[in-house]
Design a protein around this ligand. Structure first.
Ligand code: DOR
Ligand code: ZN
Length: 344
């Protein structure tokens, strides 16, 4: 049997939710990843260091005995975020950065930012303290087509931000377009991007052809195939600016399979195997280790993990559903096959 050993990976973009859902989401991610950047889009949002530490303790309470897991907390940036909060965040090893959600862009983003321009003082403080800005890069204007929202956000907001704050550490999360790849490639070395399994493995045909597939619906939405190919090339190129961030985003089945379904793919139960599938499809499994376990840590100036995991070439089928305390959930890739499996 073919096998592949890589350093233990980290997930640089993850939704765990709170309450009873943590009983499902925390063990699933901690079984594979050592660190994870935990998104703050709870209700109410996690806007302060104090709230993030309370949330982190709830997460740690669900880590199975004997498992080492280190959640790195992202705080929710709002119009009220102060420079003092940024200084506090910079001084706390459990806080990794601030997440910018344009108001209304996605799940639980009502408290998000309405004017990116008004953030200038806060972004200045983040640059000064070297606190990373994590960005959901989509405009929300009703006159902008949903498939263009990432490109327009880059033009209107990200290019001006990087010009004005050239030393700001910035991660454009879950990129979906050739425009985002170009922006990140051309920016300074302090600008990087995360990539999800679904945006590497799928395009909008997988969402819409032959019927609407709600479990492939996430935001930013899957784009046309040429964009998918641009992302694939970026990941395969071995450019250290592009690294793993699953954006695994749990929603129960009833919230996905409905007339107005939630955005998000729960990829945690098969996360590393999905990325292995992508690299294997392109005969580039040798690129998995740096993408999953190296470049993200380097970007955040954290040590690379020294433990390892082993993947074996052993076809298996992702479960149709995952039971949670709040009802069944359909994972991403449910009922479909993968060629590589985590050993153990
Ligand atoms: O599809 C998504 N789901 N995109 C996001 O940005 C948020 C996430 C969620 O929280 O469900
Ligand atoms: Zn996300």
């Amino acid at each position: 049997m073919q096998s592949l050993t890589i350093p233990r990976p980290d997930d640089w973009h993850l939704h765990l939710r709170d309450g009873a859902m943590l009983q499902t989401t925390v063990p699933a991610t901690a079984a594979v990843f050592h660190r994870a950047v935990v998104m703050p889009n709870l209700v109410p949002p996690v806007t302060t260091v104090e709230a993030a530490l309370t949330y982190r303790a709830q997460i740690m309470a669900e880590v199975p005995a004997g498992v080492r897991f280190n959640p790195l907390m992202a705080l929710y940036l709002t119009a009220d975020t102060t420079s003092e909060e940024i200084a506090q965040a910079a001084a706390n090893q459990h806080v990794i950065g601030f997440k910018l959600y344009p108001s209304g862009a996605t799940t639980n983003s009502a408290a998000g930012v309405k004017s990116v321009e008004a953030l200038a003082p806060v972004l200045g403080a983040m640059q000064e303290h070297q606190v990373p800005l994590l960005v959901h890069g989509e405009v929300t204007d009703s006159d902008i087509d949903i498939f263009d929202r990432e490109r327009v956000f880059i033009e209107r907001h990200l290019i001006p931000i990087t010009e004005r704050f050239p030393n700001l550490k910035l991660v454009l999360e879950h990129i979906t377009t050739a425009d985002a790849v170009e922006f990140v490639k051309n920016a300074n070395s302090n600008v990087a991007a995360t990539m999800t399994p679904q945006h590497l493995l799928m395009n909008r045909n997988d969402l819409l052809v032959g019927g609407i597939r709600p479990h492939n619906y996430c935001l930013p939405i899957l784009k046309r195939q040429s964009h998918q190919q641009a992302l694939q090339q970026a990941a395969l190129s071995g450019n250290p600016k592009f690294f793993l961030g699953t954006d695994s985003a749990p929603h129960v089945q009833a919230s996905k399979e409905t007339a107005c379904g939630c955005a998000g793919c729960y990829s945690a139960p098969a996360a590393i195997e999905l990325y292995a599938e992508f690299f294997s499809q392109h005969n580039a499994l040798d690129k998995l280790a740096d993408f999953a376990s190296g470049y993200g840590a380097d970007f955040y100036q954290l040590p690379r993990n020294t433990e390892t995991i082993e993947l074996v070439q052993q076809p298996w089928t992702v479960a149709e559903t995952v039971d949670t305390a709040t009802g069944p959930m359909v994972p991403y890739w449910a009922g479909a096959d993968l060629q590589w499996k985590l050993r153990g």
